[in-house]
Write a protein that binds this ligand. Structure first.
Ligand SMILES: NC(=O)c1ccc[n+]([C@@H]2O[C@H](COP(=O)([O-])OP(=O)(O)OC[C@H]3O[C@@H](n4cnc5c(N)ncnc54)[C@H](OP(=O)(O)O)[C@@H]3O)[C@@H](O)[C@H]2O)c1
Length: 268
């Protein structure tokens, strides 16, 4: 088991959804939090930080930094570093999605998704891992998705960024053997957060009939327990696990893509 009390945990995208729920789990068990958020959510993240400090007696700091900016991840890293405190756990969580076909979604929007979902994850890991290795301890929890395991038609770039994060996390975790530092992924299925309520995202997808739309609190609690148990990857929900981690391996790739194109269509 990985102990949480007294750790310093950096969580990106902590103002809403899964990141907010995860930060609640870490605070409840006594971790001090560096809470990252988009600058548009500065007031919201400050209120949440005060609530966590008041409720659990932990220390909190807020960092409203835009991770899609060219030097956003570096800015966040240096701002946290300036406190002179170690980052014991990095939770890469901030994320974006856009629904539609690749040739129709504006190019700059898709580039922004790649910057936040892939480049920022990579950069923060690359910046923080050397400090963790020097101290001989640390954890990175990358919030990936079940979308990492097969292409996701109609939000192709999103799935591709999650596949990138998955491959990166597994490879780097292997490189870190014997250092005291580990990289894990947390792979939820579709979860009821603002991510799926943005402009253009359908109210219902056919796939929800199978996966359901989980609550962020429930999903985060399961992911948190798996993190504490030092699992290197975790998919909440046995049916999600069976489809994405087991069945998918035995289905021909072309069939998996075909199914994805059908079930990820809007359902009226
Ligand atoms: N919801 C799902 O179905 C689902 C399933 C599997 C995995 N995930 C993953 O879970 C993670 C959290 O997503 P969520 O569902 O909890 O969605 P969410 O509630 O929208 O949370 C994402 C957070 O990231 C922040 N963010 C976006 N762009 C940013 C930027 N440029 N700089 C800094 N922060 C930024 C968002 O701020 P703004 O609100 O201001 O944009 C938001 O607070 C993501 O990595 C997502 O891919 C989600």
């Amino acid at each position: 088991m990985y102990t949480i009390a007294g750790r310093h945990v950096l969580i990106t995208g902590a103002a809403s959804g899964i990141g907010r729920a995860l930060s609640g789990c870490f605070a409840r068990e006594g971790a001090h939090l560096f809470l990252g958020a988009h600058p548009a959510e500065e007031a919201k993240i400050k209120t949440w930080a005060d609530e966590l400090s008041g409720r659990y007696g932990v220390k909190t700091w807020t960092f409203p930094v835009d991770l899609s900016h060219a030097d956003g991840p570096e800015t966040l890293y240096w701002q946290v570093n300036a406190l002179g405190l170690p980052t014991d756990v990095l939770v890469n969580n901030a994320g974006l999605i856009a629904y539609g076909n690749l040739h129709q979604i504006p190019l700059d929007r898709q580039e922004q998704i790649i910057r936040v979902n892939a480049l920022a994850y990579f950069k923060l890991m690359r910046l923080i891992l050397p400090d963790m290795i020097k101290r001989g301890q640390g954890r990175v929890l990358n919030v990936s998705s079940v979308s990492a395991f097969q292409p996701t038609a109609h939000h192709a770039v999103y799935g591709a960024t999650k596949a990138f994060v998955q491959s990166l996390s597994e490879a780097v975790n292997a490189e870190l053997a014997g250092t005291g530092v580990k990289v894990a992924t947390f792979n939820p299925s579709y979860t009821n957060t603002p991510l799926l309520k943005g402009e253009g995202f359908p109210k219902q997808l056919w796939w929800y009939a199978f996966s359901g739309l989980n609550s962020p609190e429930e999903v985060a609690e399961k992911g948190f327990q798996a993190f504490k148990a030092d699992k290197s990857f975790y998919i909440p929900g046995w049916h999600n696990w069976f489809v994405h981690a087991v069945l998918q391996r035995f289905v021909p790739r072309r069939l998996a893509v075909l199914i994805s194109a059908l079930v990820l269509k809007p359902r009226s």
